[in-house]
Design a protein around this ligand. Structure first.
Ligand SMILES: [Zn+2]
Length: 404
């Protein structure tokens, strides 16, 4: 049977039990009837999204959920986002994700997102950086908000660089966050020196940039990380017996994974990656996409961003918005149809830590053929007590599509 399915993915939603919530997690304390109905009508378990030895980042985690086995195929964040933007990488290009960040006058990394810098402001800074520093060795590409790209060109550069992930490194002096070579090659050593020099020059340029001087921007430093070469990920259809998949997301990294795997990537106007995103547009796009695809992956970034900011109220609002404005309308529109639904975050971002952790995430699956397992709500605490058990690899998508 040609079983269809929707995966609801609230990025970074899972958390820890908090004393200020009476020992509940933000998900448990928030009002989430739609996600709870999936848990109550179906089966619950956990999923391994962040395998050991890889970065604890959303690209790795979302590749895992879709069964793309990042432990074998992870190309790095930079190349995934380059594919997402339609940038053709040459074989010896090294693509870095390049944040615009804010470093305070005392030399401390204060904001990995430069205050969630506005798109037009960020685009202007990146365009001016390209004008000033772009050339045979490097190209800067503007992306969405603080999420931009730096591509180094030529065989003298290496992707073997140890780096610090900016959203996990806030409030630390930049001197303690310097890149280093990850192997003994002269290319890795050269790349590190090149990046340090580029950081010095671009920091001086950005400090004097009119947008920063006037206070319109707070992006005073570039932060290149997660480098890699052109990706080589199997296509979704090849992996899952000719079945088709679509991805709905605001952020380049998730769209990039979809493009790498030759899934349909559906653009939703007003999808921002933050709490002001176009939830209704995403829900409508998911319902529409399911008419022509077997699996639709609906990703929302706001839950992750609110966790990194460390704002509990905002996180709970993002969770409730996800439930009432994405999950509920999609469930309502597809009611009575033989469709499987899954909900799971890609990884926890405990609000107290403000960074990703590798704890397996709660997972609930409902649809025809899944008898309720007695779990009454979608929760980090209850999911592991359900009948689904601990899944990883291709198991979730295979289960949802009815594949052996
Ligand atoms: Zn994530």
């Amino acid at each position: 049977m040609n079983q269809k399915a929707v995966i609801f993915l609230p990025d970074g939603m899972a958390d820890d039990q908090l004393p200020e919530l009476g020992g509940r997690t933000p998900l448990e304390a928030a009002n989430t009837p739609a996600m709870d109905s999936i848990a109550r009508n179906g089966i619950n378990g956990t999923f391994l999204t962040l395998p050991e030895g890889l970065p604890t980042s959303s690209d790795v985690a979302n590749m895992s959920v879709l069964g793309f086995r990042p432990e074998l195929n992870y190309p790095g964040r930079g190349p995934i986002e380059a594919v997402s933007q339609g940038i053709e990488l040459a074989d010896d290009d090294v693509a870095f994700r390049c944040n615009l960040v804010y470093v305070s006058p005392d030399g401390v990394l204060r904001d990995y997102s430069a205050g969630h810098i506005a798109n037009d402001v960020s685009r202007q800074l990146m365009t001016d950086l390209q004008q000033e520093f772009g050339g045979a060795d490097l190209t800067f590409y503007p992306g969405v908000s603080y999420r931009n790209l730096l591509v180094l060109h030529g065989r003298k550069f290496s992707k073997a660089i140890n780096y610090f992930k900016p959203d996990s490194s806030q409030d630390i002096p930049v001197d303690e966050l310097q890149p280093s070579p990850a192997d003994d090659s002269k290319e890795a050593a050269y790349t590190v020196e090149f990046l340090k020099e580029l950081d010095r020059k671009t920091a001086a340029f950005l400090a004097k940039h009119p947008l920063n001087v006037s206070g319109k921007a707070s992006g005073n430093r570039i932060w290149p990380w997660s480098p890699g070469h052109k990706p080589n990920i199997r296509s979704f259809s090849e992996l899952y017996s000719g079945r088709t998949g679509a991805v709905i997301s605001a952020v380049d990294v998730i769209k990039g994974i979809g493009k790498c795997a030759k899934m349909s990537v559906i653009e939703v106007p007003g999808a921002t990656g933050f709490i002001d995103t176009n939830y209704e547009g995403k829900a409508a796009a998911a319902i529409e996409a399911l008419k022509t695809h077997d699996l639709v992956y609906v990703h929302v970034e706001a839950t992750d961003e609110c966790s990194h900011i460390g704002d509990l109220k905002l996180k709970m609002r993002a969770i409730e918005d996800f439930d009432s404005r994405i999950v509920a309308p999609v469930l309502a529109a597809l009611k009575g149809q033989p469709i499987n639904f899954a909900v799971l975050p890609d990884h926890p971002v405990p609000i107290k830590l403000r960074k990703h952790t590798t704890t397996p995430v709660p997972l609930a699956v409902a649809g025809p053929g899944f008898a309720p397992d007695g779990v009454n709500s979608f929760s980090e605490t209850l999911a592991p007590t359900g009948k689904l058990g601990f899944l990883k690899g291709e198991a979730l998508v295979r289960l949802l599509l009815g594949l052996k």
